[in-house]
Design a binder for this molecule. Structure first.
Ligand code: ADP
Length: 273
């Protein structure tokens, strides 16, 4: 059905036309917009609806694991697998909900300047717990450098990047996290000595469910949504993601914030543990 005039969306472009003339092109994208809104609502609703049955399933499987059943030994493996799959599905649902919130809710109009060294120490500590001593993780922070932003959203984006660095780096590898200013922009660089990514995959990495090696990534507990979340969070902060990677050598994921805030007393801190 044709949309009402009041909810028409036009995409307008200027293109060069002949000698020093411009042509104004207007395309009616109302239908595309409506379908996109329906898709977002559908994904948001379905993820929300899946939460309750998942909670029930988790409760039941925990109860069964605690029961003194005569077949306890035979049940151990299937129950363990059930729990793993419930966990995996919960992660998927949480990530889908987060993505749908990022796509539908407008970002806060006025953001606070963040305590980046506190935020990043928290994320690095979490990563050290996850790595459990298998990687050398360092954090270097320019303490006078900060940005305005949503603490929870950024925390989840940074934590996704660090979790990936751990997942895709063999034990014994290094992960270096640096918060610094260069050429007027603030940058969070997360460099690993992991398996790296072949150049043909780089342009598609932030697509939902895109994985370089899907069998492997699923076993590693990934949902394929992490980098899509990172991309959305960054774009809500007027920031962008840059990826440099060499297969077999490692990857650097850089979050680039064009509007840094510099606080009065510059100081640098290297916190190597
Ligand atoms: P996943 O949940 O599969 O990790 P992501 O969206 O976070 O999904 O990442 C998409 C894909 O990008 C991953 O499946 C992996 O193939 C690749 N990738 C992401 N981070 C790294 C990294 N640090 N080193 C190597 N490959 C990576």
């Amino acid at each position: 059905p044709a949309p009402q005039d009041s909810d028409r969306t036009l995409e307008i472009r200027m293109v060069p036309y002949g000698n020093d003339q411009q042509l104004l092109l207007a395309r009616d994208v109302s239908q595309v917009h409506r379908l996109e809104t329906m898709r977002r609502d559908f994904v948001g609703n379905i993820s929300h609806e899946l939460r309750t049955p998942l909670t029930v399933l988790r409760g039941m499987s925990e109860q069964m694991a605690e029961m003194a059943l005569p077949e306890a030994d035979a049940l151990e493996r299937p129950l363990g697998l059930m729990e793993q799959q419930i966990e995996r599905m919960s992660r998927l649902v949480d990530d889908l909900l987060m993505l749908s919130r990022l796509e539908t809710e407008a970002p806060e109009a006025e953001h606070m300047a963040l305590d980046m060294s506190d935020l990043l120490s928290g994320v690095a500590d979490e990563a050290r717990t996850l790595s459990d001593g298998r990687h050398a993780i360092t954090l270097t922070v320019d303490e006078a450098l900060t940005i305005r932003g949503d603490r929870d959203e950024l925390r989840s984006a940074f934590s996704n990047l660090l979790t990936n660095a751990i997942k895709y780096t063999e034990p014994g590898g290094r992960i270096d996290v640096r918060w610094f200013e260069a050429a007027g922009v603030a940058c969070l660089a997360i460099a690993d000595t992991g398996r790296g990514i072949a150049p043909q995959h780089l342009p598609r990495l932030t697509e939902r469910f895109y994985r370089v090696d899907s069998g492997r990534s699923t076993r590693d507990g990934g949902t394929g949504l992490g980098l899509a979340i990172v991309k959305h969070v960054l774009s809500r902060h007027n920031a962008r993601l840059e990826v440099n990677s060499e297969p077999g050598v490692g990857s650097t994921f850089s979050c680039i914030f064009p509007d840094p805030v510099r606080e009065a007393q510059p100081a640098s801190r290297a916190d190597d543990r």
